[in-house]
Design a protein around this ligand. Structure first.
Ligand code: UT7
Length: 310
């Protein structure tokens, strides 16, 4: 038996903020944002919707999709850098709302690579036979830590949540390989000090290098070749970074997930949101070999090669 994703869903706020909306409050242009980042619009949560609310909505639907009850969850992991409070964790807050009374609960902080870290952490518990079902949520309300007067960062980010239930899947399916990594020497390039502070060019260079390398590494670790890969789901930060990863794997455009245009960079939520959109669009099918790869503040990175299906 392998360990894989047996249920998945997402929540995205209704409010759409377009590049044209941002032109009105910042010295920026739709043209600049589109050509430099690929972003056309993003979703922003209203004041009454906090991180835990979005996490709960995505989690509730993911559990339904998995066909289990909340009581069957053994562990809840929430990857976020924008929790409602330093403590209790968002994981504990949604444990209460889901009535998942048998689940342990914790948040992890690996910024935009958080969903990758969460999935791999959860996988270990299932593989060892300790737990049967682990809920992993990637969620951010970045709008509350963005400096809305800083055009270097304000145009990039959005809010949202994605949630996946991990469990045993049929032979041959599930997570085939992974890589997680960190480089604290790069912390100064992307961090929060009240607001998000970023050295865009440094993060860009790191992301292009690391996303490409990690993608190639997980394919090799899985004993596969680039030709075996059906689909690439890169962290949706910037279309130019995503394209560099795609080219490294020599995949055609239609084999790469692209939701950055609609949602901007939703950090830990970007990969699970993309998976759900791609399933709905019929782009991901059972037995597809998929590479997911993320990077973020820390600096952190993570990649997973998975054979899709339950
Ligand atoms: O999840 C991880 C989060 N972070 C990232 O993924 C960020 C990675 N980095 C990037 O995506 C890119 O570096 C950016 C999109 C942030 C910036 O693109 P760039 O091509 O690296 O532009 P740049 O920083 O070299 O800036 C070029 C110019 C600058 O003007 P000058 O100094 O050449 O006069 C900026 O001030 O563009 C200016 N600029 C803007 N202009 C209009 C920066 N932001 C904007 C803006 N609108 N929003």
């Amino acid at each position: 038996m392998g360990v894989g994703i047996i249920g998945i869903n997402r929540f995205t706020p209704e409010k759409v903020v377009t590049n044209q909306d941002l032109e009105k409050i910042l010295d920026t242009s739709d043209e600049w944002i589109r050509t430099r980042t690929g972003i056309e619009e993003r979703r922003i949560a209203d004041d009454d919707t906090n991180t835990s609310d979005m996490a709960y909505e995505a989690a509730r639907k993911a559990i339904q999709d998995a066909g289990i009850t909340p009581e069957q969850l053994d562990l809840i992991i929430v990857a976020t850098v924008t929790p409602d409070h330093p403590f209790p964790s968002v994981a504990c807050m949604i444990q209460e709302r889901l009535e998942a009374k048998n689940a342990a609960a914790m948040d992890i902080g690996a910024a935009c690579a958080g969903f990758m870290y969460g999935i791999i952490t959860g996988k270990q518990f299932i593989e060892t036979g300790t737990y049967k079902h682990v809920l992993v949520v990637g969620v951010e309300k970045l709008s509350k830590i963005v400096d809305w007067s800083d055009r270097n960062t304000a145009v990039l980010f959005g809010d949202g949540a994605g949630a996946a239930v991990l469990g045993e899947v049929s032979e041959g399916r599930g997570i085939l390989s992974f890589e997680l990594g960190a480089d604290g020497t790069g912390a100064k390039h992307l961090y929060q000090d009240e607001h998000i502070i970023m050295n865009g060019r440094e993060v860009f260079k790191f992301a292009v290098r690391q996303m490409g390398e990690s993608s190639v590494n997980v394919i090799e670790k899985a004993g596969l070749n680039r030709d075996d890969v059906d689909y690439l789901i890169p962290h949706q930060a910037n279309i130019r970074i995503m394209e560099a990863s795609r080219e490294r794997l020599e995949l055609p455009v239609e084999k790469m997930s692209k939701t950055v245009n609609k949602y901007g960079n939703t950090s830990a939520a970007s990969i699970p949101i993309s998976i759900v959109e791609d399933i709905e669009a019929g782009k991901i099918k059972d037995d597809d070999v998929i590479v997911m790869v993320g990077f973020g503040g820390g600096l952190t990175w993570g990649a997973i090669c998975i054979k899709w299906g339950r």
